[in-house]
Design a binder for this molecule. Structure first.
Ligand code: NAD
Length: 436
């Protein structure tokens, strides 16, 4: 199959490279000339484990090409995927579909024959209908159809998630779309990855329901963590105790500083906006958003408490800034409100992130960026583990403690146990780990 991918970001680049690896001919298009230039020069515009080798090997085999010219990229395509961003719209939280619709209009004029236009971007219910309308209005070739194929990959494990997915959801309204999509995913179908065909609106909603449910699991365990602290229980054990129940499952039950990232915050808001537009209450998701916002805002208070009630003049080291490990993505990361609140309270903040510095620096003016974890701890009154990068799991805590001015370790990801930390001469505060 000849596939065009519009948007070469976290989703488009990974999806394009994986589809090429299955043997399809893929052209990735991005209007950001810098990204395309970087890739042509052998540098990945994002940090994702395994991506560089996958992209390079498929480029070398001639199956994966990159361009800024949509007309050139889409001329011979059987299917055109749209993987552009759909951030939260300022003001009302609705998904901003400007990039999607702009891409569709440009595409309509570039097509030489009928194709299947596939929305991989996360888009609200009814977007596929609107795309079909725009394509018609702009004179796209007769027979062009629109399918929804929401993406469920996770940054940091994106290649594995794309190649060995739990399921593939395809929303289509016509047989040609279903046939083309079945052919595209045939390599996975042979591996028994369930290919779930639904209506287009159902597929669109499925993506939001999935993310809202996962966000709910995180907020649930975060509230249970608060209760654990109050009653002297350990949330790690509670999570294990409930997670081993197959009906519940152990994933997304890690208490922490609240969810962030490029998906959950905006997708929960967009789901609520859709529900509001249709006059249907979504009390659970609405509460999840509220709980998470409050939680992120509350993290600086934990640091303040650990420092005896005042941040003024204190030095705080942050370990990890990206919203999760193994990505350079800083979108909506809990580290942002944390660092801002610490500085607003009068603290000096030093931070280290293994790969996120370039993305973090413009978002965190005033933060001092350190070259490694030990440098971030140097002279600090408190050290906060914000993102659970592997390299923070086996720090020489004795060395850390020696370099610090104070002795507070606040572990927002529960990667250490109290005894180990206390043995190194530091005080320990995890999340949801009551001491009674
Ligand atoms: P991203 O910002 O990394 O990438 C989007 C890319 O699209 C950018 O490079 C941008 O330059 C390009 N673009 C925008 N308009 C264009 C146009 N008209 N023509 C060509 N290129 C254009 O975004 P992302 O994180 O890859 O997310 C893309 C979509 O996938 C979003 O809807 C998101 O919700 C969804 N999604 C993301 C993830 C994730 O983990 N990042 C997972 C599942 C789904």
């Amino acid at each position: 199959m000849r596939i065009t991918m519009i948007g070469t970001g976290y989703v488009g680049l990974v999806s394009g490279a994986c589809l090429a690896d299955f043997g399809h001919d893929v052209t990735c298009v991005d209007k950001d000339a810098r990204k395309i230039e970087l890739i042509h020069g052998g540098t990945m515009p994002i940090w994702e484990p395994g991506l560089e080798a996958l992209v390079k090997s498929n480029m070398a085999r001639g199956r994966l090409t990159f361009t800024t010219d949509l007309a050139e990229g889409a001329a011979e395509a059987d299917a055109v995927f749209i993987a552009v961003g759909t951030p939260a719209r300022r003001g009302d939280g609705h998904a901003d579909l400007t990039y999607v619709y702009a891409a569709v209009r440009e595409l309509a004029g570039a097509l030489k024959g009928p194709v299947v236009v596939v929305t991989k971007s996360t888009v609200p219910v009814g977007t596929g209908d609107e795309i079909a309308r725009i394509l018609k209005e702009e004179g796209a070739p007769e027979g062009t159809s629109v399918a929804s194929n929401p993406e469920f990959l996770r940054e940091g494990a994106a290649i594995r998630d794309f190649k060995i997915p739990d399921r593939i959801v395809v929303g289509a309204e016509d047989q040609r779309s279903r046939d083309v999509m079945a052919e595209i995913y045939r390599p996975l179908f042979l591996n028994q990855a369930p290919l779930l065909f639904t209506g287009r609106r159902t597929a669109e909603l499925t993506k939001y329901a999935a993310n809202a449910f996962l966000a709910m699991k995180i907020s649930f365990i975060n509230e249970i963590a608060d209760l654990c602290e109050a009653v002297g229980a350990d949330v790690q054990d509670v999570a294990r105790g409930i997670g081993l129940d197959n009906r519940i499952g152990s994933k997304f039950l890690h208490a922490g500083p609240g969810y962030g990232g490029s998906c959950f915050p905006k997708d929960t808001l967009a789901l609520l906006k859709t529900a509001e537009d249709y006059g249907v209450r979504q009390r659970i998701v609405s509460t999840v958003v509220e709980v998470n916002d409050a939680r992120k805002a509350q993290m600086a208070e934990r640091v303040r408490d650990a420092l005896g009630g005042s941040l003024d003049g204190k030095r705080v080291g942050l370990l990890g800034l990206t919203f999760k490990p193994n990505t350079d993505d800083m979108r909506d990361s809990p580290s942002i409100p944390l660092a801002q609140a610490l500085m607003a309270g009068g603290a000096v903040v030093a931070a280290f992130d293994p790969v996120g510095r370039e993305q973090a620096e413009p978002l965190l003016p005033g933060v001092q960026f350190a070259a490694n974890a030990y440098a971030a701890a140097e002279g600090a009154d408190a050290l906060v583990i914000v993102t659970e990068w592997d390299e923070f799991r086996a720090l020489d805590l004795g060395r850390m403690a020696k370099g610090m001015r104070g002795n507070a370790l606040i572990d927002l990801r529960n990667i250490y146990d109290r005894e180990t930390v206390e043995r190194a001469g530091l005080t320990y505060r995890g999340v949801g780990r009551g001491t009674r």
